[in-house]
Design a protein around this ligand. Structure first.
Ligand SMILES: Cc1ncc(COP(=O)(O)O)c(C=O)c1O
Length: 785
């Protein structure tokens, strides 16, 4: 039953020589055997001579003539499959067999040399192949996998004595190891595949026979799968059963993933989406998942080798061989670059299975850390991550797993941006002192930074952290106003010094707040005193400033400042409603205080359209504080104010900060500004925000526990609630979501008064394609939560 692959393969063995009957002979045969006449239009075919038949009455058919080398049993195998599917899965659009006048599913014709060829007539499936028409969106990857899985489901239980026939593309045959094939493969392909070929023989092939097997279509590529129209993103049919074979079930999926890779921007995430969809219909087991990555690899290498083999052994190789080859090479490089353990963890996750446990060394590190750093320190995630490397929007842990960073705003221009690293290293290798000596770097940085602000804000004091910036800002406000009182939002976070720590109301019980502190609500239209849709929402929330000012006065304090985030982070990503900042600043100033805008979170194009988020409002703050993203990982912050305020402060205080604004820090700050200017960071934030916004709202529509989606650019909060329509926070689910994402290789965080808001706040170089990946991963985590 099983036919072995010819050793030392030759072109003739592959049977890539469709018959070449003249159309008139075919038209005669059609009429004679099927009573059908119509115009014939040649179609591609690797082994069969194929034509579309257009009848005058509008009916369409596919007329197939097999090559004489094709074993009749192989054709019979296909015919049987189509008959089986007509019964087992009648809803699937696959070609149907048209019986001849004699009632047979096959007939024969003879060529001039008297050689008999089998002929078949099939129904024509309407639709457009996925390989033409509009670009493939994530939904069609899923739809294709779903279709292919239902096809496999329909074929389950079908068997035929020819089911193990020889097909060159059948990846379980591993023709890539055949010396006849390897002899015709170009050196670059051999070099790329070399390491894998070794592993293939020793580790992959021996395990294939143990996998669950059945008859599979094994050819779900974008040329064979159809959609109703060229613009559609749904698969509704499949053609070409010529590669169908008895093989491991997972081969069906591997073939699909490998060929789709080329049409989806070479994205691993599409493979995960396809796996998830396939597994939903045809659940795969652990052994399938363990071999999936190598099966895809085998298919890509098979494609590359077959292309080279065919180019080398065919007289006039089709043009698509040369055209498509570079894409196959890219796909191979991409697949080889993916860490297999990481991939397996993600496959398991996509199929709803737990990721491998964290290894012992990381547990030991955790224990040491707890002992020596004490209990105040917290770690993210149930299984904390030990990060060892970063690049752009990606982070790697100690076990080599890769994570998409959707959380870390500090690495503003991406982890370890080479320009920033080079600037840091070069200045560190030259000189580092402090700001009591003249240095070009610090002056230039302060000039560049203030140039991005409204003209009034032209004086810059450099610090190391957001805390220091806010601490200094409050001191300036107190000194200049002559008052002590500070107003902040409830659940605020501004840093960790004594004063700023007290102004960080999310960090300690409200009863412990000092007398000089008063709070107002953050303008939370989802769960605050005034909800979305309330007219004058901004003004209503800002009016709470009057009450806070009165409260301070009743305790004997004037108002030195109102300090707020220009997007509230610790409150759960709250954007200031229109009118809020203007009204709040006016109330503060009327009480003799200064308005401090904390841009530590919201600054540096975080929201895309504006470099500084206070710019969305019609207000110029008296003091702006910046931190985190300024140094892209290096400690750097600043306080920016007016010359008049700076002068008033200087009457009482001189200012010195040993490390703030040192030549190395200033070099880093300048390098970050260079990147922002040169690398279209702003456009990137806008473009990625334009992907996230509709994508997050679509997820909200799918998952009712996502009660609110708010944000802008690359700063988003997703409010997770217990029941649709309520505001009851679902802290446990938010926690599960974050942990599921971590298992799926994506880092996000939680925020808000209840810690139930999923926070998205990635590096600013998080591109639209990363946004897509994030949306897919979020969808998976939501579904599994
Ligand atoms: C809005 C805001 N301000 C200030 C700070 C304090 O910055 P740092 O941690 O650099 O002291 C933070 C830190 O999270 C913050 O989110």
């Amino acid at each position: 039953m099983q036919q072995s692959a010819p050793a030392g393969l030759n072109a003739a063995d592959l049977n890539f020589n469709p018959p070449q009957f003249p159309q008139q002979a075919l038209a005669d045969a059609l009429l004679r055997h099927y009573g059908i006449s119509g115009s014939l239009h040649a179609l591609d075919g690797e082994r069969d001579q194929n034509h579309r038949v257009d009848c005058p009455d509008g009916r369409q058919f596919v007329f197939k003539v097999s090559s004489p080398g094709e074993a009749p049993g192989a054709v019979d195998f296909q015919i049987g499959a189509l008959q089986h599917l007509a019964g087992s899965a009648p809803e699937l659009a696959v070609p149907r067999l048209i019986p001849s006048l004699a009632g047979s599913t096959r007939e024969w014709i003879e060529d001039n040399a008297g050689v008999r060829h089998m002929i078949r007539l099939l129904s024509w499936l309407p639709g457009e192949p996925l390989s033409s028409g509009s670009a493939l969106e994530p939904s069609i990857f899923r739809s294709a996998a779903d279709f292919q899985a239902r096809l496999a489901q329909g074929l389950r239980g079908y068997f035929h004595p020819h089911a193990r026939h020889f097909v060159a593309w059948d990846i379980q045959r591993a023709l890539v190891l055949d010396p006849g094939v390897q002899a015709r493969v170009q050196p670059d392909a051999l070099a790329l595949a070399e390491g894998f070929l070794q592993r293939l023989e020793q580790e992959v092939l021996p395990r294939l026979p143990a996998l669950r097997a059945q008859v599979v279509h094994s050819d779900g590529h974008t040329g064979n799968l159809l959609r109703p129209t060229a613009a559609s993103q749904v698969v509704n049919g499949v053609i070409d059963f010529g590669d169908m074979v008895h093989a491991p079930l997972v081969q069906d999926l591997a073939v699909m993933i490998a060929s789709f890779l080329r049409y989806g921007g070479m994205r691993f995430e599409n493979a995960l989406a396809q796996l998830e969809s396939y597994n939903r219909v045809m659940p795969l087991d652990d052994a399938d998942l363990e071999l999936l990555h190598d099966m895809v690899l085998l298919r890509i290498v098979t494609a590359l080798f077959m292309y080279d083999f065919r180019a080398a052994t065919t007289e006039n190789p089709p043009a698509w061989i040369a055209e498509e080859r570079p894409d196959i090479v890219t796909a191979l490089q991409l697949w080889l670059a993916i860490d297999r353990a990481d991939a397996l963890a993600q496959y398991r996750m996509a199929c709803g299975r737990a990721a491998p446990r964290v290894s012992a060394p990381s547990k030991a590190l955790r224990a040491r850390r707890e002992k020596v750093l004490g209990p105040s320190y917290r770690l993210f995630y149930d299984e904390p991550v030990q990060l060892v490397r970063g690049e752009g929007v990606w982070l790697w842990d100690a076990e080599g797993r890769r994570y998409l960073d959707g959380y870390n705003n500090v690495a503003s221009v991406g982890h370890c941006h080479p320009h920033v690293v080079a600037a840091l290293a070069s200045q560190a290798a030259t000189l580092n002192t402090h700001t009591r000596y003249l240095h070009e770097n610090v002056v230039r940085y302060a000039e560049r930074l203030t140039a991005t602000m409204p003209a009034e804000l032209s004086v810059c004091l450099l610090v190391c952290t957001g805390t220091e910036a806010n601490d200094l800002a409050i001191r300036i406000a107190r000194t200049v106003s002559g008052h002590e009182g500070v107003i902040v939002s409830e659940e605020s976070y501004h840093g960790n010094s004594n004063v700023v720590g007290a102004a960080s109301t999310c960090m300690y019980p409200a009863a412990d707040q000092p007398a000089w502190l008063a709070t107002v609500e953050a303008p939370n239209g989802f769960r605050g005193s005034y909800r979305y849709g309330t007219p004058q929402l901004g003004e209503l929330y800002a009016a709470q400033l009057d009450g806070a000012i009165d409260k301070l006065r009743s305790r004997g304090h004037g108002t030195a400042t109102f300090m707020c985030d220009t997007i509230w982070d610790s409150n759960g990503t709250i954007l200031p409603p229109p009118g809020y900042l203007e009204r709040a600043a006016a109330a503060t100033r009327a009480a003799g205080g200064l308005f401090i805008a904390d841009e530590v979170q919201a600054g540096f194009y975080r929201t895309g359209e504006q470099l500084w988020s206070f710019n969305y409002a019609d207000v110029v703050p008296d003091i702006v504080t910046i931190g985190k993203p300024a140094g892209a990982g290096h400690p750097l912050g600043a306080v920016i104010t007016t010359p008049a305020i700076a002068a008033a402060f200087a009457k009482t205080y001189s200012y010195f900060n040993t490390f703030g604004g040192n030549p190395v820090s200033a070099a880093v700050g300048n390098a970050v500004l260079d990147v922002l200017e040169r690398e279209n960071v702003q456009q990137n934030v806008i473009a990625s925000g334009a992907v996230l916004e509709p994508g997050l709202h679509a997820l909200r529509a799918r998952f009712p526990f996502v009660a609110d989606v708010r944000g802008k650019g690359l700063f988003w909060g997703l409010e997770i609630v217990k029941t649709a329509g309520s505001i009851e926070p679902d802290i446990e689910r938010a926690d599960r979501i974050i942990n599921l994402l971590r298992e799926d290789g994506c880092l996000l965080g939680r925020t808000g008064a209840f810690n139930n808001v999923v926070k998205i706040r990635p590096p600013l170089v998080f591109a639209p394609e990363h946004a897509q990946i994030l949306l897919e991963k979020l969808g998976r985590a939501f579904a599994a939560s």
